[in-house]
Design a protein around this ligand. Structure first.
Ligand code: SF4
Length: 236
């Protein structure tokens, strides 16, 4: 059973729902959730902004990086670059088991939901059992299923925290410039949301950043933000 009281998310929302960005991170990373809260990051096109704010608040915050086995080489290298530059001291690399990788081998060709479950949802569910709350970089400006994302949500078994939920693409860009953050190498090739290589495409000017993910298919989320996978291990 989850250790999270069903009312915890509502209580935190009432206390801190008016905050965002660094102020929200300070309230939660250094407050009552300290030691029980982690960040999940794809080290993708926009990730550096959230990670820089996290590093300013507490560089020892656990940062979970999911290596699906199908990432771009550029993402793997960028993770190392950002980790060093920002001074993050607790990046946790999570991978599928050998059995999951064997079953998932070429599933991205014809069963993307099962592929995401094996390469992403299950491995992440195992590691997040240790935490009561997860911070992510989702923004309403991403569109699709994210248009209504809140800064603090009840993820059923885990509290979901999105400090940049209300940030626009322009505000993210300004933060990159003001903070002199390095870019993911693929941004120069018009990749604006970057996941596994078989399921990520560059986007055209004016398109949503997420339009390059599972392009041409109905799928818009891999499941790690939409399924309940807190301490009760649902979905495993
Ligand atoms: S994003 Fe694509 S390759 Fe990655 S786990 Fe999902 S279906 Fe598989």
């Amino acid at each position: 059973m989850s250790a999270i009281d069903p009312g915890t998310a509502q209580r935190l929302k009432a206390l801190y729902g008016h905050l965002d960005g660094k102020e929200l991170l300070e309230a939660l990373l250094l407050g009552e959730l300290r030691g029980r809260i982690a960040v999940t990051s794809s080290f993708g096109a926009e990730s550096a902004v959230l990670l820089d704010l996290v590093a300013e608040v507490d560089p020892a915050t656990p940062v979970i990086f999911l290596d699906t086995g199908e990432l771009f080489d550029e993402t793997v290298a960028y993770r190392v670059e950002l980790e060093r530059k920002l001074g993050l001291t607790n990046v946790i690399v999570v991978r599928p088991t050998a059995e999951e990788l064997a079953e998932a081998e070429d599933l991205w060709r014809d069963d993307i939901d099962r592929c995401c479950e094996l390469r992403k949802v299950r491995p992440l569910a195992r590691v997040t059992r240790a935490f009561d709350a997860l911070v992510d970089g989702r923004k309403r400006a991403h569109g699709f299923d994210r248009e209504s994302v809140g800064s603090i949500e009840d993820g059923i078994g885990v509290i979901k925290v999105s400090p940049l939920a209300s940030w626009s693409a322009e505000r993210i860009e300004q933060a990159f410039i003001a903070r002199e953050l390095p870019r993911h190498p693929l941004v120069a090739q018009n990749y604006r949301s970057i996941g596994c290589w078989p399921c990520t495409r560059p986007v055209e000017p004016g398109q949503s950043a997420r339009a390059g993910r599972w392009a041409g298919q109905a799928k818009t989320e891999c499941g790690i933000h939409t399924l309940a996978f807190g301490r009760d291990g649902a979905g495993i």
